[in-house]
Design a protein around this ligand. Structure first.
Ligand code: OAD
Length: 248
């Protein structure tokens, strides 16, 4: 599965190089969760302006809470479990000799359940809620009502999904920037690369001298040094096996 051109590209990689992995919805597709921009994706069913902006929440909190309550239930469906790609990234984190960071745009908890530790959820987490008034963040796995009361500050109707909406600043940007500045290899897995700032990580890593690889069902048109195409449950374990056996 790792073709000769990819092997050649990775030959120059130091065994203790910094490794930054960015994941998107495609890595969770084979676990049974929808992506956003594929033909059957979430944004083909609902307009993001109606559910994923602070303005939408101010305008129609019932609709926005309903959307995220349904997505929370989908993630908690017992049939939805981490897959071989999530598992392979746990192995990579444990066995890679250099610095490692997994940055996910995903708000599901499949990387967490698989066992990833060096993990940053840059777009927030579905199984957490936060209070817009006092900024308290709690784990939450039920349905959130629009008139719920914050257990910390007592405000009513201020609790919202701990999700970064369009127009809001993604989380952990400083930590991510630091990891990208020291990366020798950057992997972009299962993301269409359409949402900034994550879409800019490839160029940032590359300008710092990293080898950049895309792992996806198909080429997204991003500027990568190389790519591996097919279902993540096959490509990611193969690439991890190669990195741990041939580079280290
Ligand atoms: P997208 O839906 O934009 O892209 C998913 C990518 O996964 C596509 O490029 C698919 O080709 C690929 N893909 C699908 N199935 C796959 C599989 N089995 N194996 C490998 N790749 C596969 O999702 P994201 O790029 O994650 O933000 O979207 C980025 C952000 O846009 C999300 O975090 C979300 C969304 O709006 C917020 O909600 C803030």
């Amino acid at each position: 599965m790792i073709d000769p051109s990819l092997k050649r590209l990775l030959q120059g990689l130091r065994p203790d190089a910094g490794l930054v992995v960015l994941t998107g919805a495609g890595i969770s597709r084979e676990s049974g969760l929808h992506t956003f921009r594929d033909a059957d994706g979430i944004w083909a069913q609902v307009r993001l302006e109606e559910v994923a902006t602070p303005q939408a929440f101010a305008r129609d909190p019932t609709r926005v809470q309903g959307f995220y309550n349904a997505r929370r239930r989908a993630v908690l469906d017992p049939a939805v479990q981490p897959n071989a790609a999530h598992d392979a990234l746990v192995r990579l984190e444990r066995e890679w000799r250099g610095p490692f960071l997994l940055v996910t745009q995903n708000v599901d908890d499949l990387h967490d359940r698989a066992g990833s530790q060096k993990l940053l959820h840059m777009h927030g987490e579905l199984l957490k809620i936060c209070c817009a008034a006092c900024t308290r963040i709690d784990r939450f796995d039920g349905d959130l009502a629009t008139d719920a009361i914050c257990p910390d500050c007592g405000a009513r109707g201020t609790l919202r999904p701990h999700i970064v909406w369009f127009g809001e600043m993604p989380l952990f940007m400083e930590e991510i920037g630091e990891a990208l500045s020291g990366a020798g290899l950057f992997l972009s897995i299962g993301t269409s690369g359409t949402v900034y700032p994550a879409a800019g990580f490839t160029a940032e890593a590359r300008s710092n001298g990293a080898i950049t690889l895309e792992i996806n069902m198909e080429e997204t048109g991003g500027r990568f040094d190389g790519g591996l195409y097919g279902p993540a449950t096959q490509t990611v374990p193969s690439l991890v096996e190669f990195l741990l056996k041939e580079v280290q």
